[in-house]
Design a protein around this ligand. Structure first.
Ligand SMILES: Cc1ncc(COP(=O)(O)OP(=O)(O)O)c(N)n1
Ligand SMILES: Cc1nc(C(=O)O)sc1CCOP(=O)(O)O
Length: 211
């Protein structure tokens, strides 16, 4: 079943930010209209990740937004997040779906591989992510996913398509025109001088595109 809420700006949290600052930044993105947040934290100790996940859970609830957790099913369940995002080294998607049950969201990284996306959807993924759409300051070594791949993915796959990697408000329009449902962004959102205004710019790009 397609989830209509899986459309728009998808804020993925930056590393190397202290917890209080991160919460303020995410609150600003939410105030700007962002409805989906992913906690991606590969640096903090478990106790700090748990504290951040709890804080982001409360903030996203206040704004009626979704919280997804990168890599960590247990943390997702512990804080009652809305779902997880998993990559190719993060475990079997069938097992993740069985653990999550039908209600939680399962997102899967598919890099530039349409067959991997078909398998992920068959295993129960609610959306599939392809990247890197552009050179990514966060992941400079990520392989690239060309625009034509997004066009095909949107035409051929029966699940929301997410783009990630080097996305900015200035380069996002062709992805939205190709039919991409979700734009996952770290740097261009969280390094913006006004995060609320930047989130709003993304939401307006979606609002003026076809549904
Ligand atoms: C929405 C979204 N898409 C892709 C990724 C990347 O996931 P992965 O390949 O598992 O890499 P890490 O994020 O774990 O470095 C993502 N996190 N979110
Ligand atoms: C976490 C991640 N995954 C990618 C992939 O290509 O799978 S690119 C990426 C980083 C995205 O950050 P930024 O918006 O700063 O480029």
């Amino acid at each position: 079943m397609r989830r209509p809420e899986l459309r728009g700006l998808y804020a993925v949290t930056p590393e190397s930010t202290d917890g209080a600052a991160l919460l303020r930044q995410v609150e600003a993105a939410l105030a700007g209209g962002c409805r989906i947040v992913q906690l991606r934290d590969k640096e903090s100790r478990m106790s700090e990740r748990l504290a951040r996940a709890h804080a982001l859970r409360a903030a996203t609830r206040r704004h009626g937004a979704l919280l997804l957790i990168n890599d960590d099913l247990a943390l997702c369940q512990l804080v009652d997040a809305d779902g997880v995002h998993l990559g190719r080294d993060d475990g079997d998607l069938h097992i993740a779906r069985a653990i999550l049950g039908p209600g939680r969201i399962l997102g899967a990284s598919c890099y530039a591989d349409l067959d991997a996306a078909r398998s992920a959807i068959a295993a129960g993924a609610d959306y599939v992510a392809f990247g890197a759409a552009f050179a990514s300051p966060t992941k400079p070594d990520a392989a690239s996913a060309p625009l034509a791949l997004y066009t095909r993915a949107c035409a051929e796959l029966d699940a929301p398509v997410c783009a990630i990697g080097g996305i900015t408000v200035a380069n996002a329009a062709p992805l939205i025109d190709a039919g991409v449902d979700l734009l996952a962004v770290i740097t261009d959102l969280f390094s913006a001088p006004d995060i609320e205004a930047r989130a709003n710019q993304y939401q307006r790009l979606f609002a003026k595109a076809r549904p």
